[in-house]
Design a protein around this ligand. Structure first.
Ligand code: PEP
Ligand code: MN
Length: 339
């Protein structure tokens, strides 16, 4: 960490800062340069509160130099490969893994019909919400455990792995039993107790970017899961809230190459929740493949108007086939295969 002071040779300030670093954080520090304006802090600086140092009168700026996440950092390794099943590896640069299914699991028939629609296009991971984080308390909240059991039966019937959103740490045993990938939704990205709980799980986790989270905050949330001992974490860009009202959320496709540089974790894009309208999902899905996403998570439904959740953004059979044709073509141009 480097601390730059406003004035040269301010001996009492240098002393004040160095004492604070030593007493509060146990960090040694050295004054560097002829001007005696830069303090280099060594040792474990993870606990040093940058805001506190910056608030000291006479301090111009503080540069952490090292990023605050270590396990998630690209410096650790090049890529994490998550083996969901032996023929489905997420994070392999040759693969684009598509996860698809309904927004909410409304009934067994609806889930099976939607799973068949996904399976026909070779999808290996079925998505579906059993616990739904709805903006208002009167909206459909999901069928809970009953829906998780339906998910398991649908997965077995079509030989597909499953992904579903977990909202409470107490539900971990239930999810361990019935689903293959744990999804942390955007609204829970900073639910630290939940992150710690899935950190102890053996199941892969897909962590969605919070509605107003920076990429650093997303990576720090991933760090919680990794620090808990679960190495199988993938990130999901699903758009953030901006001043723009024409789209449901503002999708940052640019975060894909940036995350690729910052982390070894696989990167998934969710075009459905970002765009909020069926007719816009395909173009953005294709863009996600073009910028190098490792996978996509897409909401589909045989009859979107019957869905109890997110009807406006679900792909019916026609849009779904068109979307998969496009994804396959873009992947092929990049010498990748769609799983
Ligand atoms: C979802 O994928 O079902 C969902 C609710 O998405 P998000 O958490 O990104 O809003
Ligand atoms: Mn949805």
């Amino acid at each position: 960490m480097l601390i730059v002071l406003k004035e040269r040779n301010n001996t009492s300030l240098i002393h004040e800062v160095q004492e604070l670093l030593k007493k509060k954080y146990g960090c040694p520090s050295h004054i560097i340069g002829e001007n005696r304006r830069v303090i280099a802090v060594t040792g474990d600086t993870a606990n040093v509160e940058i805001e506190l140092i910056e608030s000291i009168d006479g301090v111009r700026s503080v540069d952490r130099v090292d990023r605050p996440y270590h396990l998630a950092s690209r410096e650790q390794k090049n890529r994490t490969l998550i083996t969901v099943t032996k023929d489905c590896v997420i994070g392999d640069p040759k693969n684009v893994v598509v996860m698809a299914g309904p927004c909410s699991i409304d009934s067994e028939e609806q889930l099976l019909e939607t799973a068949a629609m996904a399976k026909e296009r070779g999808v290996k991971i079925l998505r579906g919400g059993a616990y739904k984080p709805r903006t208002g308390p009167y909206a459909f909240q999901g069928h809970g455990e009953k829906a998780l059991k339906m998910m398991r039966r649908a997965g077995e019937k079509y030989s597909m792995a499953t992904i579903s959103e977990i909202m409470k740490a107490e539900d971990i045993d239930l999810f361990e039993e019935y689903v293959d990938i744990l999804q942390i939704g955007a609204r829970n990205m900073q639910n630290y107790e939940l992150l710690k709980a899935v950190g102890k799980s053996r199941k892969p986790v897909m962590l969605k970017r919070g509605l107003a989270a920076t990429l650093e905050e997303l990576l720090l949330a991933a760090e919680y899961i990794l620090a808990g001992g679960n190495p199988n974490v993938m990130l999901c860009e699903r758009g953030i809230r901006s001043f723009e009202r024409e789209v449901r959320f503002t999708l940052c496709l640019g975060s894909v190459p940036v995350l690729r540089e910052l982390t070894h974790l696989p990167i998934i894009v969710d075009p459905s929740h970002a765009m909020g309208k069926t007719r816009w999902v395909k173009d953005v899905a294709l863009g996600a493949v073009a910028v190098g996403a490792d996978g996509l998570i897409i909401e589909i439904h045989p009859r979107p108007q019957e869905s109890r959740c997110d009807s406006a953004q679900l792909l019916d059979r026609e849009h779904w086939n068109d979307c998969m044709d496009g994804i396959t073509a873009v992947a092929k141009a990049l010498k990748k295969r769609v799983l």
